[in-house]
Design a protein around this ligand. Structure first.
Ligand code: NAP
Ligand code: ZN
Ligand code: ZN
Length: 350
């Protein structure tokens, strides 16, 4: 008998998210039943629910920053035990046989990874995410939470953390590298903390100076407003790596001009609209413009260990389930400090 659980679902792109009941599959031999404690709100949840990225299977339960406790394990499970603190990010499965899966890059699975919500699962059902009391996930896509991480604040690491850690590692952020972070929201604040912990010199580029004190406290050396035209002149050719976390389209050439020779601008922000790039912005200093998606399971576990050992934690605003719609509006208004996290105990009925 599938387990019926309480959830919060979007009925359509235009209606508020509200209470729903969904079914979770039976715990198979390699599955784990997790009682969810906290779920982060990622801007991707909003893009998806509002149809920014195309087809949506409504009603949709968003949420791919999930932490909780293992309540049941299948007969063949070896990686996790009942009572363990665990996490689930943006993927719950992949083909496991393509070159990308075999090299630990399941997020780039040639067959397409199975996303935590709004994906067709291996059994043909549509996946439903973490704004719910329980989830059943195959053991290989469940992460272990190291002791040093607080359950209350760890959830955003499962998407915002890994999405910024992965390009910082790929493009060698560390002592002597100058890293720019565009946008100080959920992803941006993790990029600042992680780049600082890796030893890089960090500059934040935000729309205004409203978040300057916070950005400097998180480890940035400089904090500049992009609304000030002087910023682009002052910082020209001063960075080696820029992580663009902005959820909207930007004038990419302005940001490419901030890169020194051989610098790389990595877009993790995913506005869902095409951007224009003047190829001369690349040619004239041998610059690169790249994209990056979350991170593989092995790298996500590595990131969790890194955060635990370097005392890197997301800054969260805990909300109850009935504040989700209001939180979406605040995220859309760049008014998140710096990740909303739903206390899932407020979803349990009576
Ligand atoms: P968020 O918390 O809303 O942060 C985005 C930040 O961008 C805002 O706080 C704001 O920072 C800045 N911003 C927003 N609108 C802007 C505009 N019109 N012009 C300039 N700056 C603007 O969102 P998030 O959860 O960090 O997600 C950011 C983006 O990354 C989304 O598109 C999301 O879908 C995407 N994402 C991608 C991946 C991946 O694997 N590549 C994974 C997760 C999320 P300031 O106030 O500091 O300017
Ligand atoms: Zn996300
Ligand atoms: Zn694959």
């Amino acid at each position: 008998m599938p387990l019926l659980v309480d959830a919060y679902a979007a009925p359509s792109a235009h209606e508020p998210i509200g209470r729903a009941t969904i079914a979770r599959r039976d715990v198979g031999p390699h599955d784990i039943l997790i009682e969810i404690a906290y779920a982060g709100i990622c801007h991707s949840d909003i893009h998806t629910v509002r149809g920014d990225w195309g087809e949506v299977n409504y009603p949709l339960v968003p949420g791919h920053e999930i932490v909780g406790v293992v309540r049941e394990v299948g007969a063949s499970v070896t990686r996790h035990s009942v009572g363990d603190r665990v996490g689930v990010g943006c993927m719950v499965d992949s083909c496991r046989t393509c070159a990308n899966c075999r090299s630990g890059h399941e997020q780039y699975c040639t067959a397409g990874n199975t996303q935590t919500y709004n994906s067709v699962d291996r059994d043909g059902t549509v996946t439903q995410g973490g704004y719910s009391t329980h989830v059943v996930v195959t053991e290989d896509f469940v992460l272990s939470l190291p002791d040093g991480l607080e359950l209350e604040s760890a959830a955003p690491l499962l998407c915002a953390g890994i999405t910024t850690y992965s390009p910082l590692m790929r493009w060698g952020a560390g002592p002597g590298t100058r890293v720019g972070v565009v946008g100080l929201g959920g992803l941006g604040h993790m990029a600042v903390k992680l780049a600082h912990a890796l030893g890089a010199e960090v500059t934040v580029l935000s729309q205004s100076l409203k978040k300057a004190d916070d950005g400097l406290r998180m480890g940035a050396r400089e904090f500049r407003a992009t609304s000030d035209p002087g910023t682009f002149a002052d910082l020209a050719e001063s960075m080696d790596l820029i992580i663009n976390t902005v959820s909207a389209g930007l004038d990419i050439d302005r940001y490419l001009e901030l890169l020194a020779r051989d610098g790389v601008l990595v877009n993790v922000g995913a506005p869902g609209v095409p951007v224009d790039v003047d190829i001369f912005s690349l040619i004239l200093r041998r610059r690169s413009f790249a994209g990056s998606a979350i991170g593989g399971i092995r790298e996500t576990q590595e990131m969790l260990e890194f955060c635990a050992s370097h005392a890197v934690a997301p800054e969260v605003e805990l909300i109850s389930i009935d504040q989700v719609n209001e939180a979406y509006e605040r995220v859309l208004g760049s008014d998140v400090r710096y990740r909303f996290v739903i206390d899932i105990s407020t979803l349990h009925q009576g």
